[in-house]
Design a protein around this ligand. Sequence first.
Ligand SMILES: C[S@@+](CC[C@H](N)C(=O)[O-])C[C@H]1O[C@@H](n2cnc3c(N)ncnc32)[C@H](O)[C@@H]1O
Length: 344
Amino acid sequence: MGLEETYLKQYEHYKRIYSIKEIESLDGSKSFEDMNIDDKEIIELETDNMQNFTVESQKGFVEQRIWAIEGLRKIVEKTFNEFVEKNASCAEFGSGAFGTLYNFLLPKQFKKNWKQFDINPEFVEHNKKFTNRYNKKAKIKEGDMYNMPLGDSSVDVICGLSSWDSIWGYQKTINEVKRCLVPGGIFIHLQDLLPAEAPLLLTEAKKRQDRGISPDFLCGFHKEKRNYFPGFYGTEDWLITMASIEKQDKLLRLGKYLTNHLEDIFKQNEFRILRSSEETYNTVIKRKTHMKELRNLGFCYDGPENVFLRAYGHNDCWNSNDLDKKSIRLISSMDVLVAQKQNN
Ligand SMILES: C[S@@+](CC[C@H](N)C(=O)[O-])C[C@H]1O[C@@H](n2cnc3c(N)ncnc32)[C@H](O)[C@@H]1O
């Protein structure tokens, strides 16, 4: 059984129809009881709110990735080596409070000509302090992916790590990607977190509304049990799959839904799709090598486990007797989309 099938089997516990009335915007300030999905209004709400998230809200992302980070790094390395020239100029959007792509995952040779942008001023300030402890030359600025602070045809690569999952105005950002990339330039979307729900739910609801059918559709959830304190349990629902009208109502894993959707819009905008896949890295490394570089950044893990899984936004670790004590098995995965702007 493949990694994705195993993941879906493990996490998808129940299915139900998700009604548009239940959908809320990213911060819950707008619900869609009036059934009206107004692109402009939602983009405005979204960009206002994106500027107000706290640095605290991003700490979990770093912790989640540490488990099998060497695997994520290999996937990024493979993607960049394949599609990006060594001295290419790169603009990263949605770099977050920790510059995770730049600091933890990107091979050195691509860092020389790299600019990070984020819409949230607090994230930018925090990222500057965090990154500059290790690399004083890093360029980090405020920048909105709906209105990129870049000239026409000015960069070779535009990319984001779990950044295009936080927006709703896909077409508006793709207009900007197209404007700012040089002819033949490359767009790279990497998704390793479980994507934010609201933009994808709205996307599917809107597609159905535009075709004159009910904007309610089937979704798959994982019910997580939470132990608040002894004897008191609660549950939290995690959206794991969504029916896609483009795929005859097949339930798609959220990261895959996002990659498929972005792929479709890039094609409509005359980009050539060079890669659209779930990349997996599965390897055995020496325990003392695990997180070697991350220790310099203050992270460490001293548990007894020897198998680490980081797939589609979820972590797991366990012990396997098949491995000697000095070795660790890492299994990591990411959704990857690479699209190229045409030359003319
Ligand atoms: C899910 S977080 C990912 C952060 C980081 N790349 C990571 O993987 O840890 C999404 C990031 O996109 C940023 N973002 C959201 N909307 C944006 C916009 N319109 N322009 C630029 N950045 C945006 C958010 O502030 C946030 O830092």
